[in-house]
Design a protein around this ligand. Structure first.
Ligand code: NDP
Length: 342
């Protein structure tokens, strides 16, 4: 059983060499006697920014949830798409396709079914269940529709807009008839935002010396909704440009993940001046919306109204490099690791 192992806890920017691929793990492909677990063959693994917070010693805290740190010397854990090989659980049978929590390895024994979903729709690429039809998709849906109370014609700004979550938020907003602008970290990503996802405007934040001025250029009348993925300087600049009664969905702050000390945010008084509602959220609090989300998004994918860009690395060996691409912005679209077809 080939596995991606975390060498040791990580500080600062994660490196490929913080992980290694081991070929030594052995595993019986049968569920142990009396267990209600399932044995799966992992097909696709999802690279997600929150995994960085599991590489530190102390448990990462997410709201009321504690997400365990990875254990040095053990395989890292994440979300993935897998096929059931053996089951001791009445809800799953051999041959079922599932997505949810699994290990970064060829085969896993899964005993925690908290975030495990059976895949019912197989007419789409299976990798989509790591992205648009998986956790990032539900994040975009819950964050935009539940937290932002969006209305037609409103001005929407999305940071990290070409990523797994951002590209979908932007397309939801466009379909609703909003004016949508996204920021991203390269020319190629900006082109994608404008030409593939049909955002009204997009800009490369790395080329803007003054983010406040950039936002004023694209939003002369201000921002109604900010879908926050980066934090730091961008959040500070956005606060200056929000309109009265604006809403901010605090989804993630990836610019802060690798800093020893988080950057300060200076413009919080604007929350008061403009009566802004800012709300953080955690996607798995919205699992109950997953069927409703699929009902909305599957037909839109089938009709080509929503498109999705993935960045697929081949093979478990490419896992460590693929994961750290998220933090240098090398991924173009949803970063996935492909292990095997079935
Ligand atoms: P992406 O696919 O967008 O990949 C990460 C991207 O972040 C990179 O490509 C890069 O894009 C950008 N980035 C990396 N480092 C920095 C930095 N220092 N400063 C600014 N941008 C940086 O990731 P996801 O779509 O999966 O996640 C987007 C956000 O959503 C993350 O903050 C994540 O933590 C959060 N999230 C929150 C969830 C929740 O439940 N609240 C659930 C899922 C995700 P670029 O080139 O544009 O800079």
């Amino acid at each position: 059983n080939k596995q991606v192992i975390l060498k040791d806890y990580v500080s600062g920017f994660p490196k490929e060499s913080d992980m290694y691929v081991s070929r030594n793990g052995t595993m019986k492909l049968k569920v142990p006697e009396g267990s209600n677990g399932i044995v799966v063959k992992n097909l696709y693994l999802s690279c997600d920014p929150y995994m960085r917070s599991r590489m530190i010693k102390n448990k990462a805290i997410t709201g009321n949830y504690y997400i365990d740190s990875f254990k040095p010397g053990s395989p890292i854990l994440g979300l993935g798409v897998a096929k059931v090989l053996d089951s001791g659980n009445p809800n799953f049978k051999k041959g079922d396709l599932v997505w949810g929590r699994t290990g970064w390895e060829e085969y896993s024994l899964i005993t925690d079914f908290q975030n495990m979903f059976k895949i019912q729709h197989t007419e789409v690429p299976m990798s989509y269940y790591t992205g648009i039809l998986g956790m990032p998709g539900l994040t975009a849906y819950a964050g935009f529709y539940e937290l932002c109370s969006p209305k037609k014609g409103e001005n929407v700004f999305i940071s990290t807009a070409s990523g797994a979550v951002g590209q979908l938020v932007g397309q939801f907003a466009k379909l609703l008839g909003c004016y949508v602008v996204g920021s991203a970290g390269s020319k190629e990503k900006v082109n994608l935002l404008k030409n593939k996802f049909h955002f009204n405007e997009a800009f490369n934040y790395k080329e803007e010396l003054d983010l406040d001025a950039a936002l004023k250029r694209y939003f002369p009348e201000g921002i109604d909704i900010y879908f926050e993925n980066v934090g730091g300087k961008m959040l500070d600049a956005v606060l200056l440009n929000m309109r009265a009664h604006g809403r901010i969905a605090a989804c993630g702050m990836i610019s802060q993940h690798n800093l020893d000390k988080p950057e300060g945010v200076h413009n919080l008084m604007h929350l008061i001046y403009k009566r802004i509602r800012i709300e953080g959220f955690f996607v798995f609090d919205y699992n109950h919306l997953y069927p409703k989300f699929l009902e909305l998004v599957l037909p839109q994918i089938a009709e080509g109204k929503i498109v999705y860009v993935e960045d697929i690395a081949e093979g478990l060996e490419s896992g460590p490099a693929a994961l750290i691409r998220l933090f240098s912005g090398l991924n173009i679209g949803k970063q996935v690791v492909f292990i095997t077809q079935e």
